[in-house]
Design a protein around this ligand. Structure first.
Ligand code: HGY
Ligand code: MN
Ligand code: MN
Length: 418
């Protein structure tokens, strides 16, 4: 790491970032076992109140949107708005930085611009988004999809969590009204920036301070229900069985081997349930979710086609009925070249090392990119770990990202170029 931070940054910005990350981490439904903050839960509502207060303390005008996002705004000379966003929800037993790092950095950038005392040309918004992960409900990217006018009240009434609670019911419990979800995209957003932990090992291994994202992976998720036949585990001959667990095991090996063979592709089966799930009964039904990704569209299509042929094979060879439900279809998205060039220039100006790299994780920025030019900046993840309690980033890198993105935003304001 290059020591470019002025004493002022080291004495104020870094400790303040650390404090906000630590305080936000308190709103957690699994204390002592990572961080869990699912959308519309008590912890989510609490962290929203906390973040709104931090935004107020930074001098921002705060508000909430219909999706449960928290917004801090600085009015500019024009209403067109530069958006700094990331999410406040987490996965189950996740870490303190995934999403929150970007929210905190966004607030610090807005604070610098506010404290400069100069009205920026473009308005600026920091947005703490809701349900980016899709860990509780099916879709994920909830706020960014709402801002794009793509979430209907009907969808919210149909999609349910594992306890059968619909998004709409969860929204109402959190004081939100699904019927107030905008059905048109926002038209005032001029550019989007998301700062995020890399969630991988590249920056740390190469000793690079900041990453400028080239493209965000496409992510598809399908739910597969494999319907076999429950039978006695002891008396049923192996050649008479319709064992849904055997079918699931064959499917998992096939889809993961396919991703390995394709290259620049990943496939994960991280969610599986068995019925009746009794040790001496052959599994009658297995439901599993397949998450498959690539930054290349044709590789996503190849993996999807492969799943179809695997299911046909299970039907033919094992007599297993297979039901596939699409749960997420997001295509790879290239980040805006012009904004990336500006970020590179800012990194050079403040003297931090940087490199271009793809994102294997999905992010709200890929959805916002549908309505405005979008760019992402990564900060290194220690050990490359994420989506686990060990997730950690040195806040000094976050302070560097604050400086770099702030420099870019100020440059855009000066050039009035959007
Ligand atoms: O799953 C992802 O890539 C992100 O963490 N939502
Ligand atoms: Mn994230
Ligand atoms: Mn995540």
């Amino acid at each position: 790491m290059q020591d470019i931070l002025t004493p002022e940054f080291r004495e104020t910005l870094v400790p303040r970032i650390k404090k906000t990350i630590e305080e936000a981490a308190r709103f957690n439904s699994t204390p002592g076992d990572g961080i869990t903050r699912f959308p519309f839960t008590k912890e989510a509502v609490q962290v929203c109140d906390y973040l709104e207060q931090v935004m107020k303390d930074a001098g921002l005008e705060t508000s909430r949107d219909a999706s449960g996002a928290v917004i801090g705004r600085i009015e500019g000379e024009v209403p067109r708005t530069i958006l700094l966003e990331s999410h406040y929800d987490t996965v189950l037993h996740g870490g303190a930085y995934d999403g929150m790092a970007g929210v905190v950095c966004g607030i610090e950038i807005a604070r610098i611009i506010k404290e400069s005392g100069k009205k920026p040309y473009y308005s600026l918004e920091v947005m703490a988004t809701n349900d980016e992960e899709g860990s509780r409900f099916s879709s994920g990217f909830f706020t960014s999809m709402v801002v794009c006018g793509k979430v209907t009240p009907e969808y919210c009434r149909s999609d349910r969590d594992k306890d059968g609670v619909s998004i709409a019911e969860a929204m109402e419990a959190a004081g939100l009204d699904p019927d107030k979800l905008p059905q048109e995209p926002r038209k005032d957003i001029a550019a989007v920036f998301e700062i995020h932990c890399e969630q991988g090992p590249v920056l740390e291994q190469k000793g690079i301070d900041l990453g400028i994202v080239e493209a965000i992976t496409g992510t598809h998720r399908v739910q597969i229900d494999l319907i076999g036949r429950p039978d006695h585990a002891g008396t049923t001959p192996m050649d008479m069985r319709k064992d849904a667990m055997e079918a699931a095991s064959r499917l998992v090996i096939s889809v993961t081997d396919r991703a390995k063979a394709l290259g620049n592709a990943v496939t994960t089966v991280g969610r599986l349930s068995v019925e009746p799930c009794i040790v001496n009964i052959v599994a009658g039904k297995v439901s599993l979710w397949i998450d498959f990704r690539s930054t290349e569209k044709d590789k996503i299509l190849a993996m999807r086609k492969g799943i179809d042929s695997d299911l046909e094979g299970l039907k033919k060879t094992m007599g297993i009925d297979c039901v596939l439900t699409e749960r997420m279809i997001d295509w790879p998205v290239a980040m805006d070249e012009g904004l990336r060039a500006r970020l590179r220039k800012s990194c050079g100006a403040i003297g931090v090392s940087h490199m271009d790299l793809p994102s294997g994780a999905g992010h709200d920025a890929q959805i916002f990119a549908e309505i405005a030019p979008a760019a992402m900046m990564f900060v290194p993840s220690i050990g490359g770990r994420s989506h686990c309690p060990e997730e950690k980033t040195d806040e000094v890198y976050m302070a560097m990202a604050v400086q770099a993105v702030c420099d870019t935003v100020m440059g855009i304001n000066g050039d009035k170029c959007l």
